[in-house]
Design a protein around this ligand. Sequence first.
Ligand SMILES: Nc1ncnc2c1ncn2[C@@H]1O[C@H](COP(=O)(O)OP(=O)(O)OP(=O)(O)O)[C@@H](O)[C@H]1O
Ligand SMILES: [Mg+2]
Length: 357
Amino acid sequence: MGAVNLNNIVKRFGTFTAVEQTSMQIPEGSFTTLLGPSGCGKTTTLRMIAGLLDPSEGEIVIGGKRVNDVPIHKRNLGLVFQNYALFPHKTVAENVAFGLRYRNVAKADIARRVEEALELVQLPQVAARYPKALSGGQQQRIALARAIVIEPDVLLLDEPLSALDANLREDMRVELKRIQARIGVTTVFVTHDQSEALALSDQIVVMSDGRVEQVGAPEEVYNTPASEFVAKFLGASNILDGRCLSRGPDGAELEVPVFGKVIVPAAKAPHLAGEGSAKLVVRAEKLLLRDRPPEGGAFSAPASVETVDYQGQSVRYFVRSGETQLQAINMIDERPFPVGAQVHLTLRPQDCAALPG
Ligand SMILES: Nc1ncnc2c1ncn2[C@@H]1O[C@H](COP(=O)(O)OP(=O)(O)OP(=O)(O)O)[C@@H](O)[C@H]1O
Ligand SMILES: [Mg+2]
């Protein structure tokens, strides 16, 4: 019942278009994340699915049924927003029970379902407390319990973790994934945090400026970005402007600064049609610094180390090769290369991706 389809949705506020001609399919039972920078239209899209905003054009379909004219309280959705506060003068149990009371569920069933929901978020012991006697993370869990207790067809989450501090946020994200997998509810999650999106999602919808840039599994959008925007937004990437010399079944031959001629496997150049300007995408963590040239297979170039940002188990380097500055994030066993070191940049062909220029 829970699949969500957006068909050619547009949302205008006056003369401003917040969401342009957008279509997406959110499979039933999936954890789908809308990911993109501030202002790209994530919340607007989510609010249209919720029924809090009407689309200017297009169709919203939930569970096979067009819902454009179905009001929010008839869509059977669970909502958790960043600032979707709990009712301060109700106990935790009363907060969680709210949606069930509203739906006229029998009293005995309410008690049982509230208890089950609190167990699911691992907070059965706080039922009688008031929200102000809970930590931020606990409050968010209760908000989640309140959203799922009604057994929604779709769960809509707008940056539910962003008010939490970094450690708690990571714990909560594991928790959220566990709960979603357990109840299997179709979930649409909004974030501008790429690591959250990568960790949680079955499918990521990368958005920019009111448009969908790419839709795919986390590994897909990360390893084979469809645009420079996606390559830069997900992780640290080096983009080298060059030319595609030829494109065949085995791959694309590119001529780029630093490395000269490189061959990118066909699977890593799906959007490159043929000869012409092209870009090579090199993830910072795939660009390895070595004290000698690699043996066989890998591309290589000499470089000097300009900046060393030591991060414990890894190091972020800025290096210079000729006119070009590149960044590399390498795991290290012992000591990082010092500033000024002469190194060999090493890159495996399968770790590159190519884009049209
Ligand atoms: N009610 C409104 N009236 C006018 N413009 C609006 C309204 N709501 C949103 N916008 C504009 O639409 C664009 C998209 O807003 P939206 O809230 O969807 O962004 P977002 O991707 O959720 O960003 P953030 O990560 O900051 O929450 C923004 O430029 C915003 O200013
Ligand atoms: Mg938002």
